[in-house]
Design a protein around this ligand. Structure first.
Ligand SMILES: Nc1ncnc2c1ncn2[C@@H]1O[C@H](COP(=O)(O)OP(=O)(O)O)[C@@H](O)[C@H]1O
Ligand SMILES: [Mg+2]
Length: 509
């Protein structure tokens, strides 16, 4: 495609320089956030339009404007419309030399040089989009698909940061679709989501109407109430985090109990569960004070219903190439249960992946600030160490991490700093905005200002997966939202119906 001429470089005090090129628009319009190409002595220069200014000489002197407007109007006396100009302020990013090499811009274009709308293939190349990869949407103001390389995005981890309602979960659904839709010869990974609000369960529901793609045959939704953590897999250290109130003596006694059960199991007795631990403790621990409290704590653990002799879901069977596992944590309000589930299964994925017993996997953590918080004094977050470990070491083993949060300030900076790509949607809270500005590579003041004005589904991508920060429009999703997800009006109707039902019953009585 031939580049289309849209303007001409002008001469001002600050421009043109290798850092800034101002140009007057001669054809059509130019938007802030759009890219342009400019003829320069080094070759064809690609630049990002950071600002657009409208000027008109006629309106430059307030006293004259006022005089004319008092008597009649500027418009009646002068051809003012013909003197309105758009001036673009562009930041040069890269130069294509005639020999095909890419250079850093070190020489400005000349005043009078032509400004073009860049051909899509130049943009694709300059911004680092892949031929084959995850198609997240399109570049804003350009008809260029945004395709990110899977390894660059997933292997070195990424974070999706934005205020609530900006489109984090929607964007994540789009990424999941791209991963599930890969063909075997493209290399397929598995996806596991810790879904705090039940936003991904729609993937597991068969499509009955509408224009959606059916992912139910590739998805396993796990209701947290059916999750079972196998007791024989738990080490004495795990019990320390499950029962932090244990004394040294209780810890030692429990270790002995577990060791003796393990010996029986190895001798062929079969896997043991919490009930077996409780019985053995009652039998073997002689000291009444040590035994009494320990047994009541173990009973509390047992009452969560989370523990059993065998694992459910069986991770090696459900974590498969091109498949999705959704842990629906919305079915419990107990934050301890959520923490235990996340920390156990995150650790399990890490261990299995290290042994190559499951395929390369992307682990997605919604509301990540609750599982890897910045506040290191919090004692109620057993999931933190394993998620930080995955953030640091996961890439070596092909275990990618995606942290999603609407409170980046509250997210562990150890974990966030290992997320090499940031997908940022609208953020208005100044603390979070400042934090994102500081923790994301390559965001300048102007980009940061634009983050506050993004619409739902508009995102800024910075870091490993792209060459330069890019603003994109996330595409429409193909998967359906859960049919069971209710809005507040539906919830209100349900509630009133419930009240009426109760009144009916009372009347009957
Ligand atoms: N790319 C998009 N295209 C169309 N609508 C979108 C897009 N992203 C978000 N939305 C809309 O915004 C709403 C909120 O998005 P959601 O992902 O739930 O936000 P968050 O997870 O950040 O709270 C969605 O229900 C959807 O209607
Ligand atoms: Mg969400």
């Amino acid at each position: 495609m031939e580049p289309v001429k849209i303007g001409v470089v002008i001469s001002t005090e600050e421009s043109p320089s290798p850092r800034r090129v101002d140009f007057v628009v001669t054809d059509g319009v130019v938007h802030q956030g759009q890219y342009v190409e400019i003829d320069s002595p080094q070759g064809r220069m690609l630049a990002l339009v950071e600002d657009v200014i409208k000027t008109n000489r006629y309106f430059g002197q307030p006293e004259i404007v006022r005089e004319y407007e008092l008597r009649s109007s500027m418009e009646e006396n002068f051809p003012v419309r013909e003197w309105e100009f758009l001036v673009g302020v562009a930041r040069p990013m890269i130069v294509y030399a005639p020999d095909g090499s890419k250079l850093r811009p070190t020489l400005p274009p000349s005043p009078g040089a032509t400004v073009y709308s860049p051909p899509p293939e130049h943009l694709k190349d300059a911004l680092g989009f892949a031929d084959e990869g995850l198609r997240l949407g399109t570049l804003q103001f350009h008809d260029v698909p945004v395709v990110l390389d899977l390894s660059r995005l997933v292997q070195k981890h990424f974070a999706i940061l934005a205020m609530s309602g900006a489109g984090k979960s929607y964007t994540t659904s789009v990424i999941i679709e791209e991963l599930l839709d890969r063909r075997p010869e493209q290399g397929r990974i598995a996806v596991v989501v810790f879904d705090v609000h039940g936003e991904y369960v729609g993937f597991g529901e068969p499509v009955t109407g509408g224009d959606y793609e059916d992912y139910s045959d590739r998805t396993t939704v796990v209701d947290v109430r059916n999750v079972k953590i196998p007791v024989p897999e738990l080490t004495a250290g795990d019990f320390n985090f499950l029962l932090p109130q244990m004394s040294g003596a209780q810890r030692r006694e429990l270790e002995k109990v577990i060791a003796s059960l393990r010996k029986d199991m190895e001798a062929g007795a079969g896997p043991y569960d919490l009930k077996d631990i409780i019985e053995r403790a009652e039998r073997d621990i002689t000291h009444q004070g040590t035994r009494g409290a320990l047994i009541s704590w173990l009973r509390n653990l047992e009452s969560t219903g989370l523990f059993s002799a065998v694992e459910s879901p069986p991770i090696t069977r459900v974590v498969r190439p091109g498949r999705l596992v959704v842990f629906d944590l919305s079915k419990t309000v107990d934050s301890t249960v959520r923490q235990i589930v996340v920390s156990y299964f995150a650790r399990r994925l890490f261990d299995l992946r290290r042994r190559n017993a499951i395929p390369p996997t992307l682990l997605i953590v919604e509301e990540a600030h609750n599982f890897v918080p910045s506040d290191t004094s919090r004692g109620d977050v057993p999931a933190r160490p394993i998620i930080e470990t995955i953030a640091r070491e996961g890439r070596k083993f092909g275990l990618g991490l995606c942290l999603i949060s609407q409170r980046p300030v509250k997210l562990s900076s150890t974990a966030l700093s290992q997320c090499n790509t940031h997908i940022i949607l609208r953020i208005t809270n100044p603390y979070d905005l400042k934090h994102v500005e500081e923790s994301s590579e390559g965001i300048d003041k102007r980009s940061a200002d634009m983050i506050t004005t993004l619409r739902p589904g508009e995102a800024l991508i910075v870091g490993e997966a792209v060459e330069f920060p890019v603003f994109i429009k996330v595409r429409r999703r193909r998967s359906q939202k859960s049919k069971f997800e209710k809005n507040i009006v539906e919830m209100a109707k349900d509630f009133e119906q419930q009240l009426r039902d109760v009144e009916d019953v009372v009347e009957d009585l």
